[in-house]
Design a protein around this ligand. Sequence first.
Ligand code: ADP
Ligand code: MG
Length: 248
Amino acid sequence: MSLLSVHNVAKTFNNHDVIQNLHLSIKEGEFVSVLGPSGSGKSTLFHLIGGLLTPDKGTIHIGDRLINGQKGSISYMPQTPSLFPWRTVLQNVLLGQELQGIKDVVRAKSMIDNAGLGPYVDAYPHELSGGMKQRVAFIRALLSPQKLICLDEPFSALDELTRLEMQKWLLSIWEEHRPTVLFVTHNIEEALFLSDRVVVFSDKPAKVNREFHIPFERPRPEELLLDEEFLLWKKEIYYELKRAGKKA
Ligand code: ADP
Ligand code: MG
C-alpha cells in the first residue's frame, strides 16, 4: 500500500484553479520529487498534504487514514529553515519530537554530530551559516515521528557549491535512513540526482503530466552529474517541462 495517496485533488483560490485532477502516490521509503516552475502550485500541494489547506475536491490519505484538512500527519520542512532563534541547535532539532511528547537526546546528538555540527550543539541559529541552518531543519524533520517528510525547495536560497554539498549530504543521510521523502524543486538536475521518481507538474492548473522513474544506482556519486546518461535524462525532462508549457 502507498504511504501517501493523493486522489483527484483540486484547489481553487478566488476562482483561480491552482490544482486540478491531481493524482500522486508514494510508497514507503521512496524519494519522489515534484518538478515545476515558480507559481505552479507546488507549495499549495504541500499545504494540502500538511492540512494547512483543505482540498475542494478529492482525497488525501496517509496509509489508510483520510487526512483532508488535518494537520500533523507529515513532517514538513518549509522553504526557509524557520528555526526558533531563542532555541539552541539541540532544542530546535528536538522540537518535532516534543510536539508529539517524545524526546531522544542521544539520537539527536549523534545526528547533529554526523552532520558536522557537533561543536554547534548548544549554539543559537544566528551563529550558523545558511547551509548549517538547513541541516538543523532537516535533522529536525528526520527526527519527527511522522513517516512522510516533505521538503519545499530547501536548497533554493543557497549558493551553487553549498547547494551541491547539501544535496550530497541529504543523499547520504537518505541512503542511511531511507525515510519517505516528497521533495519539491524547480531544478531538474537536483530532482534527477536525488530521486527515485520525478513527477512533472503540468501547466496551471497543476496536475501530474508525466512521471519518470530514475534508474541510477545508489549510492550516487557526485560524478553522476556529468555522466552522459544523466545529461540525456536532463534533456528529456527539460523538454517535458517545455511541452507542459513551461521553461525550466
Ligand atoms: P509554487 O510553490 O509552485 O511556486 P504556489 O503553490 O505557492 O506555487 O502558488 C501557486 C499559485 O497559487 C500562485 O499563483 C499563487 O499566487 C496562488 N496561491 C497560493 N496560495 C494562495 C492563497 N492562500 N490565496 C490565494 N492564492 C494563492
Ligand atoms: Mg513554493
